[in-house]
Design a binder for this molecule. Structure first.
Ligand SMILES: [Zn+2]
Ligand SMILES: [Zn+2]
Length: 137
């Protein structure tokens, strides 16, 4: 179960973060950008209020991709080991990769987004709602 306080970091340990809020939403993003950045078929995303997220060690580097939702998608990673840590960063919220959590087991995605970009070898849970791009807001 999601905690109201949790921590995580990158593979090499240069980046550490903490979050002081329960997630707003958890989802899997299957967009093509996430595929190339993550090296896997999708990114598991824990979306939290921006104010609740704090980098406690090191500094994230950022790479920005075009986004039809926000104009751009600011994605944070460790410049030393390349681990992807954040994405979809705005003033309101920020997405954390579930894989970077110290305890990723509590991650429970509630939907699949960007299903239109999903690969034929991707495995989508048919029980979850899926959206071609973003869910209707
Ligand atoms: Zn690192
Ligand atoms: Zn994506």
């Amino acid at each position: 179960m999601p905690n109201s306080f949790f921590t995580g970091g990158c593979l090499c340990g240069a980046i550490r973060y903490e979050c002081s809020s329960r997630p707003i939403i958890m989802l899997n993003c299957h967009c093509r950008d996430c595929q190339q950045l993550s090296g896997g078929p999708f990114t598991p995303v824990v979306y939290v209020p921006a104010k609740a997220f704090k980098v406690t060690k090191g500094a994230l580097h950022h790479y920005t991709t075009p986004s039809i939702a926000n104009g751009h998608n600011k994605r944070g990673f460790c410049a030393n080991c390349g681990s992807r840590i954040t994405g979809a960063e705005t003033e309101r919220g920020i997405g954390i990769t579930a894989s970077s959590l110290d305890d990723p087991r509590w991650f429970q995605p509630k939907m699949n987004v960007w299903v239109s970009d999903a690969q034929p070898w991707d495995m989508l849970d048919p029980q979850l709602p899926g959206f071609d791009r973003y869910p209707p807001s």
